[in-house]
Design a protein around this ligand. Structure first.
Ligand SMILES: Cc1ncc(COP(=O)(O)O)c(C=O)c1O
Length: 389
């Protein structure tokens, strides 16, 4: 019995998307960003598919995610870049995980952990060039460089990378882009002056990888585009193939008369005798409650809109006179084949971005992997890799 809902993930699409991104940044190494359970696709499967597609690096937000990769036997270079107080830094050093230094105070902590571990940490210093999120501020940059150089001389760490992150790379031409690039060049020159020799300078996310060659430097950090989703929808089709398709099947189909309120709050009322189809997926599965009366679904080759409130485990679709029965397939979103909705369609009606739509698909929905079995990925068609802990 197949699951009543599944998030099908085409690992070949992920590998192919990586290859396409590499063509866009031919002189840079490519990092596959697999944080947040591989943007909902499954961290291990996503990581393996990306490495098979040509990525030489993996990126995670947290050390715990990077350790998950190591536990799965993945030995490729991994960078983790959010290290809150209490992060298992010593464990990361022991597991050969590169560490992003996104605050001045961290350099000391990392050196202390390296001393305990008995091996030097590999660090990438993150300059805040204008995102004003993580990253060392311009005010603290010189002191941080000096501190890093001192610890490097003491054999406690090696500064292997310098990096930063854009605020508005998905808005080509935004004035902050040029300003951030200038600031990064300055930060980089200061590192040279401080005697540091990082071999990797990196700044580009997917949007910059697609549109900003001058930001490619030595490495590009691609997340969303590798999953086949375009971070700049206005670019149109750039050749990416969405990897995830979220499907379910109708659990109940029934006729109701005109004037019947549907689901909690009766936010949808039938305007004619019609057929209602119950789909057993809800906000407990990552279908936003905000999709109520808004998001599209594909049933029997046609598009309908969710009718009434999305519940925890289910929602209803008014399919009119379309003949449907329990067990019929329902597509919430995917690559858009056969007139089915895309992740971008969902993002547009929910006033969000495609990132959120795929990433919030809950662990309750089984991930089912399809695509070319590959010796490197080790993933077979239909093999179900459980989401990480
Ligand atoms: C520091 C950093 N680099 C790269 C990425 C990947 O971004 P994208 O998914 O837009 O390619 C992210 C994701 O948010 C990030 O936080």
């Amino acid at each position: 019995m197949p699951p009543f809902a599944e998030a099908r993930v085409d690992v070949s699409a992920i590998a192919d998307n990586i290859a396409l991104l590499q063509e866009r940044a031919p002189n840079s190494q490519l990092m596959g960003v697999v944080k947040a359970d591989g943007y909902g696709h499954g961290i291990i499967a996503a990581a393996r598919a990306k490495l098979a597609g040509g990525a030489t690096w993996l990126g995670t937000a947290f050390i715990e995610e990077a350790l998950q990769l190591r536990r799965a036997g993945i030995t490729a270079p991994v960078l983790a870049w959010i290290l809150p107080p209490g992060a298992p830094i010593a464990e990361a050093i022991a597991a050969d995980i590169d560490l992003g230094v996104s605050a001045a105070w961290l350099i000391d902590q990392i050196a202390t952990a390296a001393r305990e571990t008995g091996r030097p940490a590999r660090v990438h210093l993150k300059a805040d060039t204008g995102l004003n999120r993580g990253g060392v501020t311009a005010d603290e940059w010189h002191a941080t460089l000096a501190e890093a150089a001192r610890f490097e001389a003491a054999g406690l760490l090696r500064v292997v990378g310098l990096f930063s992150h854009f605020a508005c790379a998905d808005e080509p031409g935004h004035p902050s882009i040029a300003a951030q690039l200038d600031a990064f060049h300055e930060a980089s020159a200061a590192a040279d002056k401080a005697g540091l020799r990082p071999e990797l300078r990196h700044m580009a996310n997917s949007a910059a990888t697609l549109t900003l060659p001058e930001a490619h430097f030595d490495l590009v950090r691609t997340g969303i585009a590798a999953y086949g989703l375009n971070p700049i929808p206005s670019l149109g089709d750039v050749g990416l193939r969405p990897a995830m398709t979220l499907t379910s099947r109708i659990a109940v189909a029934k006729r109701v008369p005109e004037g019947h309120g549907v689901s909690y709050g009766h936010r949808y009322v039938t305007d004619r005798p019609t057929t209602l189809a119950l789909v057993p997926l809800g906000y407990g599965d990552g279908v936003p409650r905000a999709a109520t009366n808004r998001a599209p679904v594909g049933i029997a080759g046609r598009r309908f809109t969710i009718s009434g409130t999305v519940c925890m485990d289910q929602f209803v679709v008014d399919v009119g006179e379309t003949p449907v029965a329990a067990g019929d397939p329902v597509t919430l979103f995917g690559p858009g084949d056969d007139n089915t909705p895309t992740t971008q369609d969902w993002a547009d009606v929910l006033d969000t971005i495609s990132y959120e739509i795929v990433t919030r698909v809950a662990p309750r929905v089984p991930r089912v992997y399809i695509g070319t079995p590959d010796q490197e990925t080790g993933i077979l068609p239909g093999e179900n890799v459980a989401p990480g802990p």
